[in-house]
Write a protein that binds this ligand. Structure first.
Ligand code: ATP
Length: 234
């Protein structure tokens, strides 16, 4: 579905990704883990067209996308949930959700999708008329995720969806990820919460210094000594 081949990218003169190869197959949950500054967010931004690779290529369903602007990549069905929440703080929960529908198809289905999101996230239903900026950090995180889903993604890209959340909300985020995956959405996620992520992931990639250093099934990575030592705090 998505393939990165030899992708190099970075900021101005500084190269952060030094040739990244990875792929995501339809129907998978794929995790990208790695230490701080390894280049995970940079990888996500490059896939979504916010950064352009200086070398290599990115294909989606067999077509090159790395030369496309981000709105065209969204049109193709790739929707990113950014690490910073990026909400319209003065607008209500509902209005923020409605703005998540960007493609013609998502706009046509937005009332139906809105009802589905309020069902999936009861906390947003309770607070649907509240201004987004007055919600708690965890609630804003949920809203960011729900807004992305309003875009009807085929491939959902999540960057640290559980960052800063209380433990019971972390679980809620993982439950939602599994639920939308069951509904047929393919997921690529970056997460600090390595244990829980590898438990839900079909496959994972470990990134070190702008390169993929290891890839295996989620369960194999959970048992790998170097992964346990570096990322599971044992
Ligand atoms: P973390 O787990 O800490 O979020 P990460 O693996 O997502 O880390 P990136 O955010 O991709 O890492 O950052 C990789 C490198 O790129 C870091 O050295 C960072 O300082 C640098 N970097 C990130 N954003 C920018 C930017 N806008 N301009 C210049 N350098 C940047």
């Amino acid at each position: 579905m998505l393939e990165l081949e030899g992708v190099r990218a970075g900021y101005d003169e500084i190269e952060v990704l030094h040739g990244v190869d990875m792929h995501v197959d339809e129907g998978e949950i794929v995790a990208l883990i790695g230490s701080n500054g390894a280049g995970k967010t940079t990888t996500m931004r490059t896939i979504c067209g916010i950064l352009s690779p200086s070398h290599g290529r990115i294909t989606y369903r067999g077509e090159e996308i790395h030369t496309e602007p981000s709105h065209e990549i969204v049109e193709r069905g790739i929707v990113q949930v950014p690490e910073n929440r990026d909400l319209f703080t003065n607008m209500t929960v509902i209005d923020n959700l409605l703005l998540g529908a960007q493609t013609d198809e998502a706009i046509a289905n937005r009332e139906e999708n809105l009802a589905e999101m309020l069902d999936l996230f009861p906390r947003l239903e309770e607070r649907k008329k509240q201004r987004a900026g007055t919600m708690s950090g965890g609630e804003q995180q949920m809203l960011t995720l729900a807004r992305a889903l309003m875009g009807e993604p085929d491939l959902l890209i999540l960057d640290e969806p559980s960052i800063g959340l209380a433990p019971h909300l972390v679980q809620e985020v993982f439950d939602v990820v599994e639920e939308i995956h069951e509904q047929g959405v393919t997921v690529l996620m970056v997460e600090q919460n390595v244990q829980q992520t590898l438990q839900v992931a079909d496959r994972g990639y470990v990134m070190e210094n702008g390169r993929i250093s290891m890839t295996a099934s989620g369960s194999d990575l959970l048992e790998d000594e170097s992964v346990v030592e570096a990322y599971l705090g044992v």
